[in-house]
Design a protein around this ligand. Sequence first.
Ligand code: 9MR
Ligand code: ZN
Length: 554
Amino acid sequence: MAIYCNQTGYLPHSRKTAVMTEGGHYQIMRVPDSGEMDRMADGEAGTAGGTSAQPVMEGEARDLGVDEASGDHVYAADFSDIKKAGVYYVRNDSGAVSHRFRIGEDVYRELQRDMTKALYYQRCGCELEKAYAGVYTHPCCHMGDAVLWEDRSVVKEVKGGWHDAGDYGRYISPAAVAVAHLLYAYDLFPDSFKESLTIPESGNGMPDVLNECRYELEWMLKMQDEEGGAYHKLTSERHADFIMPQEDLAQFYLFPVSSMATADYAASMALASRVYRKFDEAFADRLSDAAHRAYGWLEKHPEYVGFKNPESCNTGEYDDTCDLDERLWAAAEMLVTTGEKKYQERLDALLEENLTKTDFGWTDVSGFAALAILTDASHKASADSAENLRRAVIAEADRLVAVSQKSGYGVAMEPEDYVWGSNMVVLNRGMLLVLAALLTGQNEIYEQTALAQMNYLLGTNAVDYSYVTGHGEHAYMHPHNRPTECDGIELPMPGWVSGGPFKTPCDEVGMKQIPAGTPPMKCYVDHAACYSLNEITIYWNTPAVFVTAYFNQK
Ligand code: 9MR
Ligand code: ZN
């Protein structure tokens, strides 16, 4: 018997349910805060039970039937009516208790901050100093020049950027997508980004989320070739062993330009030029110039230029079979940034293709085109194109609401959606629901369903884990992340989203520990060797920042 809840907490006006694997009677217990405890000790609280938790609500669990993705028969303990800020837990008649959680307006604030600050720890090519990194310091890493994979006589200085994940590679499409999640979040919800992240640039007049993104963007600016194409990636030939980044002295290579990377590059650079313009004209001009040159490359290369790892190379491939969604995003961003007719025509033409229009991941970026066009205050797209995108967003949001309602855990995931990095799917769906809420005057069902995705991420799931380090009584502890494994510090850096369950794990430990036939939602192990279940990446954190930033505005 178990009771699962969002171990971080619930906003006062949100729908709140814990999921139980047994039916019957439940009670919601409120833990007195320290001020109340002091008053009780002074005898002011009368004889109401000393300093222990008090039941504040009770009810009969609702039978939800069998949840397909977990195989569990589950029951809901609803406590939506509790709005008073405080610390609570759920218990039932068999004596089972949930982890503690908070109710409060600010439950997602520290979470958003930590998930954003996490990117600072990925900085490459600089020292992480104690003043900013606390115990997670390390000297400069990856300081050497890179050479072109295809012509070793060409040497380039391409230091900087964020390590992509638990490995030390840096890849353009994932970088573009991560930066985009953050820049759109800042652009739409600026009030949620007022807090300092305590990074070297803090206090310079620019919001810290933009300071942090600039670290990545400055590196991206170096990743463009003379013709405007973006190198697909910058990595060593093989993944480093489990060593600290400063110990990784392998040669890094620039791998060939791909159309996918170049289109993502054009789109994210155009977006960045818009967002940074009011803070730094010169930087915005550099970004805009890079976007235009990348777009020029796309026009010169209308055909798909893919990327495959050379035989000897085992670092991330980030390949794709279609670049039309990337080209769609690029056209949309160039249109919103410049207002030029030629981008409008290109966008109209690409929207005739059979594309999804609602994804925010590294393989399918079509949702960013919708986001850019539908939140453009000056309505530069044709009315038909905007309507086409809007319809796609609302239809997908409605589908996700239905999937979420069917799930016993409230997550908008079908059993087959538990792929490598399933938490990215969960969070990208959270983003889509937020976009739908934005387009419909904060439609409550979209907002509540977006929050349900956060509930799942933070503990309302069949393995009882909060998938964010440092957040929740039972947060996962062993991310597949080289520095975390090597730094000798027990606690991982806070604020890292795990990739999460994967129905067909492909790392050795995961394959060994997860019996065949395990339901998809339970295909998870909190083990540092599980790169297909428990890695971290920049682009699994950033959609969570987007979703929490929406809810932190209020
Ligand atoms: O996140 C990527 C996932 O969607 C793919 O299925 C997987 C296999 O191609 O690769 C993941 O990306 C990894 C990348 O290749 C290298 N850095 C770590 C990434 C996360 O595991
Ligand atoms: Zn590095």
